[in-house]
Write a protein that binds this ligand. Structure first.
Ligand code: BGC
Length: 251
């Protein structure tokens, strides 16, 4: 079965049709720049455009880089603050005319990694981390997700983990891989102290270049690159929508 997954990020909004039984993207992704400012109505119009592009009818899974509780956006670290308190599911369903499930972007990436990527069959405590504009986190215990963990905002160095160790920080501060790996190491040390995970799965756009920094990291837990790289958000969103919205009528 094909479900449309859409990954809403700080710079791009990407959609793709996902074959949910196997977790593959079918055909080309469609990418539109995130409107700036990324106010709710402007983003909703792009989501509607992505749905039209695929001439799609049916449940849509959508990621968002925020805490999402029961469809409502609770935080806005790297998006327009007007999102806070917005019922994102209602807004996007109305704009697109299709039932939309909204979930945190790292949670979506984690769901895809556990099902089809580097976390397949992994028991115990698995932490999926996405390094991009921010740092996203998803924790699984024996395959069950604890949503909205937001560990990119753990206090660190007078700010938070993502200010110090995200991929944006690497680019902004023009860090060499070794210098950035030292920051990531400090962040992972904090996560290990708090959670003693069995496995770290490192995702986000930078995970395509994992051989440049993963070998420099030393953790008690095993640490592996994401299997789906940057597509995990789209795939995980589609999987979640399939499970939660299958059979739901168009809005
Ligand atoms: C947001 C998270 C998101 C992460 C990755 C953080 O700034 O607070 O919700 O998962 O960035 O996009």
């Amino acid at each position: 079965m094909e479900i449309l997954g859409i990954d809403i990020g700080g710079t791009g909004i990407k959609g793709g049709l996902v074959e949910v039984e196997g977790g593959q993207l079918l055909g080309e992704r469609y990418r539109v720049r995130t409107p700036d400012p990324s106010r709710p109505e402007a983003v909703a119009a792009v989501v509607a455009e992505v749905v039209r592009h695929f001439q799609y009818r049916g449940p849509v899974g959508c990621t968002f880089p925020s805490v999402i509780r029961h469809g409502v956006v609770q935080t806005a670290a790297n998006v327009d603050k007007r999102w806070i308190g917005t019922d994102g599911e209602a807004l996007l369903s109305e704009a697109s005319g299709q039932p939309v499930l909204l979930l945190n972007d790292a949670d979506a990436a984690g769901i895809a990694e556990m099902r089809f990527g580097a976390g397949q069959g992994e028991k115990g405590v698995v932490m999926v981390l996405t390094f991009g504009t921010g740092i996203g986190s998803a924790i699984f215990v024996d395959g069950v997700l604890l949503p909205n963990t937001e560990l990119g905002h753990l206090p660190m160095r007078e700010a938070d983990g993502e200010t110090w160790a995200s991929d944006r920080a690497r680019k902004k501060d023009n860090l060499k891989w070794k210098q950035w790996a030292e920051r990531v190491q400090e962040y992972l040390d904090l996560l290990e102290f708090l959670f003693s995970p069995d496995l770290f799965i490192v995702g986000g756009g930078v995970s395509k270049q994992h051989e440049k920094f993963l070998p420099l990291l030393k953790t008690q837990a095993r640490i592996v690159p994401a299997g789906l790289f940057n597509e995990a958000g789209i795939v995980g969103a589609a999987l979640a929508a399939h499970e939660r919205l299958a059979g739901a009528p168009a809005a």
